[in-house]
Design a protein around this ligand. Structure first.
Ligand SMILES: [Zn+2]
Ligand SMILES: [Zn+2]
Length: 271
């Protein structure tokens, strides 16, 4: 039996005789099933068709992506601390070369994932490195492959390593989480936001219920996200894709971005 991976969202399912009849992550209104239909692959096949790219983003923060682009195309982040490494978000590919490279960096003390679109092959990663995966309990129904390594947390924050705190933000998914890294940005702190706060080309952030289908969030939710994140001090924001980052004044960028979003929802716009 093989564990099928959805080629549209990258999610790996429980091992089965045949691929699942559908992918609930993709039939959800936030995602989509392509006109050509659902496609499936396996980790074994991905190891032949793709490779992992690793690039330092700043000291102690290494990006991990897949080439060529696969499924949603996000890149994960490996965060190094003196108490161990944490993988923030995840990618579908895990091959011997990646395992070796991550092991050489000290392995993983844990994995934390912003929302179900990046759950991918989290169970493979957890088994390979013998570490837990921290997921917000509000998104539990989106887990397609159960494993004892999955740790569901509830509430507003969860400090998973010293100086590494998960913040429940909500919005895109009920359990959407961002990560505050106290020692990031040379001690000025950084926020790893996935697409819960999506870094935009003009250096601000935005918030959506569905990105591919362009369905926005309501004003109260956006204000709530900005308020929860705004309690923290941080300089940089790292979004979920290569090159998506805000360099300075993170909380002010979030405040300003939420304000302009809510103003548009209320029908106000600049001349
Ligand atoms: Zn899918
Ligand atoms: Zn998403």
């Amino acid at each position: 039996m093989e564990a099928s991976i959805c080629t549209v969202c990258g999610t790996q399912f429980q091992p089965s005789e045949a691929p699942p009849p559908r992918c609930p992550i993709c039939t959800d209104a936030r995602q989509f099933v392509p006109r050509a239909g659902q496609g499936w692959t396996t980790l074994g096949r991905l190891q032949h068709t793709h490779f992992t790219t690793m690039r330092e983003q700043e000291p102690d923060l290494i990006g991990l992506g897949m080439a060529p682009k696969f499924a949603i195309g996000q890149r994960a982040l490996l965060l190094r601390t003196s108490s161990g490494n944490l993988l923030w978000d995840c990618i579908s590919l895990l091959d011997p070369a990646t395992m070796q490279a991550v092991a050489a960096l000290g392995g993983l003390a844990g994995i934390a994932i912003s929302h179900p679109h990046y759950y991918t092959t989290m169970v493979e990663w957890a088994q390979a490195f013998g570490c837990p995966v921290h997921l917000h309990a509000a998104d539990r129904k989106w887990v397609m492959r159960e494993d004892p390594a999955l740790r569901f947390w509830d509430g507003e924050t969860n400090t998973v390593l010293p100086g590494v705190t998960l913040i429940h933000a909500g919005g895109h998914f009920a359990g959407s989480t961002v990560l505050h890294w106290r020692d990031g940005a040379q001690g000025r702190a950084a926020l790893l936001s996935g697409d819960i706060l999506q870094v935009t080309p003009d250096g601000n952030v935005s918030f959506m219920w569905s990105y591919p289908n362009l369905i926005p969030l309501d004003a109260a939710t956006v204000t709530g996200i900005a308020e929860r994140v705004g309690r923290y001090r941080f300089d940089r924001i790292y979004g979920g894709w290569w090159g998506k980052a805000v360099d300075r004044d993170g909380p002010e960028v979030v405040r300003r971005s939420a304000e302009r979003y809510v103003a548009r929802l209320a029908g106000q716009r600049p001349d």
